[in-house]
Design a protein around this ligand. Structure first.
Ligand code: GTR
Length: 421
């Protein structure tokens, strides 16, 4: 029997519509009921009542679940890390800063480039804000002295054929606010995220990951790392360097990130407790936002658009997010009792600002175990009303970005927690 061609088209369209829930939900009344896993409930059914049980039993349980089901387990610290200071300029940025460039050899063959600005005053060692950048170190400030990245990058202003040109200098400066940060007495440090894992679906072979395969291994196991965990791992390697750099106060390193790099910053804060403060800016799905809230981006969407970000096991939850053994408030809880700041933007509904706030609320009981006040409220504040307890939160007007307003809050938050250092 001959079937008309249009019937096949029709079937194809129906099937593809079923494989991906196409429309993102932006209607609060359609979020639906969900039950969050209890961060204080041990696998053996007992409840955690003190910080020591959290640290010795429950934290490792939650950590291992995130490791095997969400981000994947990373390689350990390499035995042979090498650091090479390639430049030092004491009169950078019109004399306001000292600029250092450091090559971090992750393996004898794979390196990443670290850029550091130090404020030119006498209070060495400096606390520092460390964050990955999207466009190469030369994009974070208008400073012709920064070595241009030669790595592959996504198309962006000043990028041609996936390589940076002179025109891309300073194109990410608005997000880094280098001078403002330096003026407040903090150092600034950054690495191009593509040095660790180029942000493309097919870049695994060019990433750090194959360098740590077991003999004969050709792809990560479903519970092993992928791009997000690799970016977080790279941040820890910067921390390894800071522990040897006398300009930097390694006990006061705030790791921060925007969007996908905010997700990486949170995972870095969870995996590496040397980071004394963690800041997530508009990190959304797979970052600060609750996975179970059906609002904006979903687990299925993110795994479909970015299959190289999370580990293989995370894909099991595309159609059944309720089966996830964890939710993102527990990722935030892994940061406890260290200061944690979550920032949202009103027009960034894709990242689910309310889901980011509720996740910070959900981490609160773990902060309480340490006699620290998490957020101290479960009422979402209005625009430009920052909350600054051991967990901080704000939602500002405007779009998905990092702005002067965001930095003003991060700096105030850091001052509040670190002034007495
Ligand atoms: C989006 C992605 C978000 C967020 C964002 C970004 O396309 O869906 O999860 O990570 O990219 O990194 O800018």
């Amino acid at each position: 029997m001959k079937r008309p061609l249009w019937l096949f088209f029709f079937l194809f369209l129906t099937l593809s519509a079923q494989t991906l829930t196409t429309e993102a939900n932006y209607d609060e009344s359609k979020v639906g009921a969900y039950t969050l896993p209890d961060p204080l409930l041990l696998a053996n059914g007992k409840t955690v009542r003190d910080a020591s049980t959290w640290k010795s039993q429950r934290r490792p349980e939650i950590f291992r679940l995130f490791e095997s089901e969400v981000y994947g387990k990373s390689a350990p610290k390499p035995s042979k890390l090498e650091f090479e200071v390639t430049s030092r300029e004491a009169k950078a940025l019109g004399g306001d800063a000292t600029r250092k460039e450091v090559t971090i050899w992750l393996t004898p063959k794979q390196k990443m480039h670290l850029l550091v600005y130090l404020p030119n005053d006498t209070k060495r060692p400096y606390p520092v804000f460390l964050g990955l950048n999207f466009r190469g170190n030369h994009a974070v400030a208008n400073d012709p002295g920064i070595t241009m990245s030669t790595a592959w990058m996504r198309e962006a202003p000043g990028v041609e054929n996936h390589r940076a040109t002179e025109a891309s200098r300073g194109t990410e400066a608005g997000r880094f606010q280098v001078k403002t940060i330096l003026r407040r007495g903090y150092a600034v440090a950054t690495v191009y995220y593509g040095d660790i894992f180029p942000d493309r679906k097919d870049a695994l072979a060019d990433s750090i990951i194959p360098h740590f395969y077991r003999p004969g291994q050709t792809t990560p196991d479903p519970g092993q790392w992928n791009a997000l965990a690799a970016w977080a791992w790279g941040l820890s390697r910067v921390m390894d360097y800071f522990e040897k750099d006398r300009d930097i106060d390694a006990k006061h390193v705030a790791v921060w990130g925007h969007s996908r790099l905010g997700k990486a910053a949170l995972w870095a804060g969870a995996t590496d407790q040397r980071f004394a403060m963690v800041i997530s800016n508009d990190s959304g799905e797979g970052g600060a936002a609750l996975a179970r809230r059906n609002f904006g981006e979903t687990v299925e969407r993110i795994n479909t658009s970015f299959p190289h970000w999370f580990c293989g096991n995370y894909k099991k939850y595309n159609k059944d997010v309720a089966a996830l053994p964890v939710d993102q408030h527990e990722l935030l809880a892994l940061i406890a009792p260290r200061p944690l700041y979550v920032a949202s933007a009103e027009d960034d509904q894709w990242a689910d600002p309310r889901g980011e706030f509720l996740s910070a609320v959900g981490a609160g009981p773990v902060y309480s175990l340490f006699h620290a006040t998490g957020l101290g409220t479960d009422q979402m504040p209005g625009l430009h009303q920052p909350i600054m307890n051991t967990i901080g939160y704000h939602i500002r007007a405007g779009k998905h970005d990092v702005t002067e307003y965001d930095w003003e809050q991060f700096l105030t938050f850091a001052d509040k927690h670190w002034k007495a250092r």
